[in-house]
Design a protein around this ligand. Structure first.
Ligand code: D5M
Ligand code: FE
Ligand code: ZN
Length: 477
């Protein structure tokens, strides 16, 4: 449990409120819901006021409550407040790493968080633990939830998937080729519906946690611009495109927010021959120049910065905010918020999950159909994160920090999922959630040329917070 949450729970006032809440038939308040409560004490009071409560308090329940609360009532006229950024969930204090135990806790947290989401699916109402498969005599229809430990191809085109839950492991056979089975990757937590018998499961269906369809759009206002991968300090940074961009933002007063999704600077020592590519050769110089560029924007623009794999946060994800010691100039800017990667934000009422997207490479590589489109149409790859409700799907190929709680689970659901990293532009919608992959202000590097990646330098995505409409603008001419 995080120290912040422990402090929250040990406060006398909070304990009294929680007792009163439990006395209304509540059986469980999930830890992520507690986190939300600790960030928003008004919610706790609101819960206490309500006469009827569900047996389980989830983050979804609380977000709905928040939504209702924020609808302006008759007695409360809409406040003429300036634009606001609320940080709903950010990663600040990394847990110390103390050995094997961390990995065990991390995987259990990942398993239970995703299993809870999978159990909400219609087909998965009656799941059993893997250990209970032993009891089955003959053949029986079953549903289990497991983490994928191994995938093997069969000559028939089918696949054998080994899954594991906290009670044991099981072999699932899909005798024939099936599209949904092709999409399963290592370390996925999935539901399996099938027939159990003779020590194996004959799989019929794979169930991802996924997201429910949501056609509602919150009452937002103003425009938000999404960008990333500026790579300041690189010789390939296109300052001329950037100047065009600044001029345009300063003229368009409807633009209230600028979200920059990581790789703010090119960094140092990120790859072997990087030094040759650098104009500014220390992190301090790079961040100081970034601050100078940010000062060119009008001061009423609200700017959010998260780190990426080129920034000077730690390598593994989640990444805490860029530390002040390397970027003192950034911390002096009143209109700039430095936060974690990933981060859950609210911009004038619209919930945004911003994640740099470092794991896009591993995901695009792991899912065969994505290899063709992943870099050209990155928003299509982003759908796969939402289906899995996880930002680091292939654990073995990522640099995940094994916290006791898995911060990379996509919960609560945002209205907007924003990523970058692949330097190409893409945007679309999945079940009501806006997907934005912002491009870059860096020209194609030699490395990308070798890989055949065509970046989109100078392009940004604009989102209308009042209705969710998206468009892009090109500053490269
Ligand atoms: O990533 C910029 C681009 O380089 C992006 O298109 C992904 C690609 N890239 C970076 N690292 C890798 C690995 N390890 N495999 C494949 N492709 C990669 P940036 O983070 O800006 O360097
Ligand atoms: Fe980048
Ligand atoms: Zn990157």
């Amino acid at each position: 449990m995080q120290a912040k949450l422990r402090d929250f729970l040990s406060s006398e006032g909070v304990r009294v409120r929680l007792q009163s809440i439990f006395s209304k038939g509540v059986e469980v308040i999930y830890e992520d819901a507690l986190n939300l409560l600790s960030l928003n004490r008004n919610l706790l009071e609101e819960l206490e006021r309500l006469e009827r409560l569900p047996s389980e308090i989830t983050t979804e329940f609380l977000s709905n409550l928040l939504k209702k609360k924020e609808k302006p009532g008759k007695e409360k006229p809409e406040k003429k407040t300036p634009e606001y950024i609320k940080i709903l969930k950010e990663y600040r204090t990394p847990q110390p790493f103390s050995g094997e135990e961390n990995f065990l806790n991390y995987f259990l947290s990942r398993y239970y968080s995703l299993a809870r989401l999978i159990k909400k699916r219609q087909q998965m109402k009656n799941t059993i633990s893997i250990i209970h498969l032993n009891r089955i005599r003959g053949r029986e229809e079953i549903a289990v939830i497991g983490m994928v430990k191994d995938i093997r191809k069969l000559k028939s085109g089918g696949k054998v998937i080994e899954i594991e839950d906290p009670t044991g492991s099981a072999t699932v056979v899909f005798a024939e080729k099936k599209a949904e089975v092709e999409e399963v990757v290592l370390d996925d937590v999935i539901g399996i519906v099938g027939e159990a018998g003779r020590g194996i499961i004959f799989g019929r269906e794979v169930v991802f946690p996924d997201v429910p369809f949501n056609g509602d759009w919150p009452k937002g206002k103003g425009l938000a611009v999404f960008t990333s991968d500026w790579h300041i300090g690189s010789k390939k940074f296109r300052e001329d495109y950037f100047e065009n961009f600044v001029e345009w933002v300063n003229k368009n007063r409807e633009i209230k927010f600028l979200v920059v999704g990581g790789d703010l600077v090119d960094g140092i020592g990120v790859y072997k021959t990087q030094e040759k590519e650098l104009l500014l050769k220390t992190a301090e110089e790079q961040y100081s120049y970034l601050a100078e560029l940010l000062r060119k924007f009008r001061s009423d623009l609200n700017i959010v910065l998260i780190p990426g794999n080129h920034d000077i946060s730690r390598d593994s994800e989640p990444q805490p905010p860029i530390p002040e010691q390397f970027a003192p100039e950034l911390y002096k800017l009143n209109n700039v918020v430095l936060t974690s990667n990933p981060v859950w934000l609210e911009l004038n009422g619209v919930k945004v999950l911003s994640y740099h997207g470092t794991s896009l490479d591993a995901l695009i590589d792991a899912i065969e159909p994505l290899r063709l489109v992943g870099y050209k149409e990155p928003h299509k790859a982003m759908i796969e994160y939402l289906r899995r409700r996880h930002l680091l799907p292939v654990y073995g190929k990522s640099r995940a920090h094994p916290d006791n709680e898995d911060f990379m689970v996509i919960d609560p659901l945002p209205n907007v999922l924003h990523m970058g990293h692949v330097h190409s532009l893409g945007y679309g919608t999945y079940r009501g959630i806006r997907l934005i992959c912002s491009a870059t202000f860096q020209e194609q590097t030699d490395f990308q040329k070798k890989l055949g990646h065509e970046p989109d330098p100078g392009k940004v995505v604009v989102l209308d917070l009042s209705n969710g409409a998206m468009t892009h603008v090109d500053f490269s001419s």
